[in-house]
Every structure is written in C-alpha cells, then in structure tokens.
Design a protein around this ligand. Structure first.
Ligand code: PHB
Length: 394
C-alpha cells in the first residue's frame, strides 16, 4: 500500500475509535448467474441487490460496511456453484451467502452450510426441499407450489375441465407439474397428457404441437423465466394453439414483466399466478417501480427476480443492523425466523418453522395497459405458505 493510503487508513481508524464505533466489514458472497443463456433472471436479481444497496447503505450503523463478493455460476451448473461457495467460505471468509437463481445450484450448496455455519438467503431457487437441506437456509423467493397448486384449483373451478402439462425437465418443472396436477384434479379437472421439455437448448415447437394435438381446454406450462419464457410463448403462437381456442396458463415465470412486450399479442389473456407484478397494487409498489426506472431507465419494468434480490438485501441489512455488524450465524437464523417486511409485492414473512417465505399470491391476466402488455392482478390469495410443506407436514 502507498504511504499516503496507509496514512489515510490510520486516520480513518483513529477517527472511528474516537467516535466510539468499531470498523466492521461484513462480507456477503453473492452466487448468481451473470453469463450465458440463463443469465436474464440473474441480471434482474442483481439489479434488485444494487438498488437496495444504493438506497440503504447510508442506514448501516456507524463504522459498519458491507462488501459484496459477486461470483458467476454461469447457469444451472451445480458443480460450479459448489466450487464458488467453497471458495467464498474458505478463501474469502464470507459471513453470509445470498443469491442463487437455479435449484440444482442451491441443492449443491446447501449441505455445505451446516458445517461451515454460514447462513444463505436464497433469492430465487425454488424447489421446496432447499430449505430442508440445512438449518442455515432462509428463502425470500417462492416455490412452484406457491403458484401452481392454487392455479390448478382455480382453473378447474373456472371453466377449464381438461389440461395438458408441459414443463422443463428438472426439479422446479416436476414441482410445477405435481402442484398443478394436484390442485387441478382435486378440484374436478382432468389431465389429458404431460410432457417434460429439455432444460438445455430446447426447441419448444414440437412440444406445443403435441399439447395442441391433445385438444385440452388449457396447456399448463412452466419454463425458467427469461429467454425460454419468450421462446415458449412464441412456439405456442406459431403452432396455432391460441387460434384453436386453447388457453395458456402457468406460474408467472412464463409471463415475466420484463419479457411481455417481446412476447407480443400471443401473450394477451394468458392467466398466471405469482407473488409480484410490476403493475401490482401493493402500497409500496409505485415507489419501487419509480426508483427502479430512475436507476435503470424509464423503459424498464421490474420483474419478480428484482423484488426478490431487493427484499433479500432488506433481510441482510436487518440481520447486520440487529447485530451491529458482528455476524453470529445462529443469531442470524433466529433473526430471520419470523422476519417481516412490507415488500413491493405486499407483506412478506419468513415462516419461523420452515424458514420459507409466506406471501400473497396473485392471479393475473395479461392485458394492455398504457400501450404495454402487463400482468393485471384480479384476485389475491393472502399469505400463502409453501403448500408442499403444509401438505407433507414438514
Ligand atoms: C429454479 O431453478 O429454481 C428456477 C429458475 C427460474 C425460475 C423458477 C425457478 O423462473
């Protein structure tokens, strides 16, 4: 270090000790997808993290700082995610981990946390079992059961007697299929067929053709949000399924707010269930959307991954503030259990028993609002706990 820098550092330390505060830097490792064809949800999540930091860094206790150490897992790559987590824990000595878009990555990282005693705040990855892999996991995102189970119940009760399911061939796809299937059939619906679509490099047209040929009232689709959601919507239109009078329904991952205008008119009238819409009516949402557009551009709309990154940082800030920057892993988990927050998506809570999110689920229909396709909410199911855990009593 240059002598002048050394001097500046010495003065800073003296100033801090004179003010009675102790310099404390909390290292937070962010494992996220920043490159490759699966990066879009990761980039959105990163925007949420950035926005929260920018707005709230000044609220940290005197002397307390956060250092974010960001790493790119490059997509659903469990081996990469595991190596990154190992490095962050053993080499960078992070006190907290956060992020993770893809379920396989979270499943690979979670078992490592217990021995290392490093809490992980999951900001997207969704399979129900992730929170059960270690007592040091808390989730601020969702499970596919949150959205798809209730959607199945609702669809069967609203003029949809038959359905065909088409989901990505990995854990969240299986979750979505099982959740929808259960909700739909127990409410009187009939499943005419199902198909699993490849996660890597999928060509959706043959699958949408198969779905159309089964002549269901609705096709239920789950693919990861981002470029795949735009492609599957296009394929649904290209095979003429919409013209044939077949409805498209699914979790809100298939009509993400940032992708709707790129999907075009085929997305109109698609009904989905999710915990956030950019045109949602929760009290904090208007200010959130404005802050997002001030930061990232007037033509940008926040999507659910942005809110999850933002809310995850709110949880991290609360944990750091409550401990004045000295992170104890067990105390951190105690603070996270029952943690409550007024989010842009509405009120949220971390269930103290399961460490999973409790949140409103909204039924939404794609409509044109002020010239832009939007997920317009028309019904709210308040404070839903992960139904998979409730049904399996875990
Ligand atoms: C997941 O891998 O858990 C995942 C990724 C993207 C989504 C939903 C779930 O849109």
């Amino acid at each position: 270090m240059h002598t002048r820098n050394l001097l500046a550092a010495a003065i800073a330390v003296t100033a801090l000790s004179m003010s009675g505060a102790v310099a404390q830097t909390v290292k937070v490792g962010i494992i996220n997808t920043y490159s490759g064809p699966f990066a879009e949800p990761g980039e959105l999540m990163d925007r949420g993290i950035t926005l929260y930091m920018k707005q709230h860094e000044k609220d940290l206790p005197p002397g307390v700082k956060i250092e974010l150490i960001k790493r790119d897992d490059t997509g659903p790559q469990p081996d990469v995610a595991k190596r990154l987590a190992q490095e962050l824990i053993t080499r960078d000595h992070v006190q907290l981990l956060a992020g993770i878009v893809y379920t396989p990555n979270a499943m690979a990282v979670a078992p490592m946390l217990t021995e290392a005693k490093v809490p992980l705040i999951v900001m997207n990855a969704s399979t129900p079992a992730i929170t059960m892999k270690s007592p040091y996991v808390a989730r601020v995102s969702f499970t596919l059961w949150h959205s798809s189970y209730r959607l199945g119940q609702w669809a069967a009760k609203h003029d949809t007697k038959t359905a065909y399911t088409a989901v990505s061939d990995y854990a969240p796809g299986a979750d979505a299929e099982q959740a929808f299937n259960k909700g739909f059939t127990e409410s009187g619906g009939q499943i005419l067929g199902s198909v699993k679509m490849p996660l890597q490099n999928p060509d959706f047209a043959p699958f949408m053709q198969k779905a159309k040929d089964a002549k269901p009232a609705a096709v239920f689709v789950f693919v990861p949000a981002g470029t795949q959601a735009i492609a599957v919507m296009k394929a649904f239109g290209d095979v003429g399924a919409k013209q044939a009078g077949i409805k498209l329904i699914g979790p809100g991952d298939i009509t993400t707010d940032e992708g709707l205008d790129a999907m075009g008119d085929v997305a109109l009238d698609v009904i989905t269930m999710l915990h956030y819409s950019a045109v949602g009516k929760a009290p904090g949402n208007a200010a959130f959307v404005k802050a997002y557009q001030d930061e990232f551009g007037k033509d940008q709309v926040p999507a659910f991954e942005v809110v999850q990154g933002y809310d995850g940082m709110a949880a991290i800030f609360d944990v750091i503030k409550a401990q004045n920057g000295k992170i104890d892993p067990d105390k951190t988990m105690e603070i996270l259990k029952g943690w409550k927050y007024e989010s842009a998506r509405g009120p949220i809570m971390i269930d103290p028993e399961t460490r999973d999110i409790v949140q409103n689920e909204y039924l939404r229909k794609v409509e044109r609002v002020n010239g832009h396709l939007s997920n317009v909410e028309f019904e709210t199911i308040p404070m839903v706990k992960d139904p998979w855990k409730a049904l399996n009593k875990q």
